[in-house]
Ligand binder design. Sequence first.
Ligand SMILES: [Zn+2]
Length: 304
Amino acid sequence: MPPVPRPDHGRPAQGADPFHEPRRDDCPWCGSRQLRTRARAPERGRRTPAAFVVDECRDCSHTFQNPRPTVDGLLLRHHQQSAEDHSRPTPAGRLRRHHRAAARALLPYPEPESWLDVGTGLGYFPEIAREIHPYTVFDGLDPTARVAHAQAAERVEEAYQGLLTDPWIVTRLRARYDVVSMFRHLEHTADPREELRAAHEVLRPGGHLLLEVTDGARLFGALPVRGRRLRKSSARPRPLHLMPLRNLLAELRSLGFEILAARPCTSLPPRTHRVLAHRTPRPTAPTVPRPPRPPISSAHPSAP
Ligand SMILES: [Zn+2]
């Protein structure tokens, strides 16, 4: 099956920054207005003119780039990174062992028939995970055309180019997978909560979500509280969001996931946490008794 292209959203409105939303003055995670700036720098390149600012919420410790990119800005970032990643060789050594360890996290559970790797890039994880799960069908989703290369190299069975949160992708993939994996992906999305909801939708009931997320405390912990200007683009942390682990686990539970494991992965810098969660039926809202209907007045007859 050929890769599914992302639909064209058309040209952005004239005069607006097409790559960034307006700067926000509240926390995208908890809504608090108690923000502090952790780092600031001019953005590189003429096509992304907004300043690079990292803000942190004083109430929940969520850290995020402010302003956040629009969908087009996000895709531009992915395509810039994609050009760099094409020169990477097939993982070997430590990274290969890391991928195998992640795949082995599913071994205690029933063998998955279908697995979607979100942010799969060139499909190296599915290629290595197949050594652990030889009877599983691996599909890949990525915002860039790298996923087409992954399919051409037979690292994934089906390839989807786009964002997991696109309604047409969620509709197409709803309740289709036994496992959804995201490796250092969630922190690069515009809205991690929306991404988790979409992952819940494409999982079958009883399916598993396997996450690896960057430890925000380690990545930004060395930055001073105020006034630091990061002149070298290589010094700028790339994630758009960094969630404290407790925030992430609370969100997963609220979506109806049961946390099976959450532990640090120490083999790769920067330090990451690996989380394995089990999709249980979404908690149902408590039933609110309906108020009794008022009697129909003869003065206001219902429309025919
Ligand atoms: Zn907050």
